[in-house]
Design a binder for this molecule. Structure first.
Ligand SMILES: [Zn+2]
Length: 225
């Protein structure tokens, strides 16, 4: 199996996982990863997740020309390509419509850091990009602008969440952690106020996670992107 085929398999597996975990529904949301600097494997447009197979994955070049696949790529291809062009450190993107993160996107409120896991694996609050229509170049530009060179995730106003990673498993973990953090904030508001962690504390938690967490003696390193 060559690298492109391996990445196709990873993308389809992640697509099934986010569907099973209700981070997406029906045909909305999309997943991509780039096996090389100039190629992107992305889910097709409008195919239900349950019916998605390895052979349905679409391979495009970095300018969006289809190289392999029988379907049209996701309508959010411009967003994926714009992020890859802006961020050489990124190899995977997951776009979800998960409910609690999307509630923040609809309220056009950043998701603040209230628990350690968001500080650790995302490294800060999840910002909201300016509104633009789904699938538009403007949406892609707004997302890239809000992400900057450091952001690992961004909310699309009145739409959903986009998460980046050096690989798909890192991006998936971030999707889960962001959704959980968003849900906890909503529930905590029923009990009164939510106390938000100070930026200095968030930064310390992130550093500890990057340099101290896990089994260093066995050579396991944490995410550095
Ligand atoms: Zn979407």
């Amino acid at each position: 199996m060559n690298l492109v085929e391996k990445v196709k398999e990873e993308v389809v597996n992640i697509a099934h996982t986010i569907y099973k975990e209700a981070l997406v529904f029906e045909t909305w949301g999309n997943v991509s990863s780039r096996p090389t600097e100039s190629q992107v494997v992305i889910t097709p447009s409008g195919i239900p997740y349950e019916n998605l197979h390895f052979v349905d994955m679409v391979v495009v070049d970095i300018d969006g020309e289809v190289e392999q696949g029988r379907w049209k790529p996701s309508t959010e291809l411009p967003l994926h390509l714009a992020v890859y062009k802006a961020r050489k450190d990124i190899k995977a993107i997951i776009h979800t419509h998960s409910i609690f993160a999307t509630a923040f996107a609809v309220s056009r409120q950043d998701i603040p850091v209230v628990i350690e896991d968001l500080a650790q694996v995302v490294g800060g609050p999840v910002r909201v990009a300016d509104y633009a229509q789904p699938g538009s170049n403007e949406l892609a530009l707004n997302a890239v602008k809000a992400l900057g060179q450091e952001g690992n995730a961004v909310l699309l106003a009145n739409h959903g969440l986009v998460v980046l990673g050096k690989d798909l498993s890192t991006a998936l973990q971030r999707c889960r952690v962001i959704e959980r953090n968003a849900q906890i904030i909503v529930w905590s508001k029923l009990l009164g106020s939510s106390f938000i962690l100070e930026p200095e504390e968030v930064s310390l938690l992130r550093k500890k996670y990057l340099f101290d967490y896990g089994q260093k003696e066995q050579g396991i390193k944490n995410e550095t992107v």
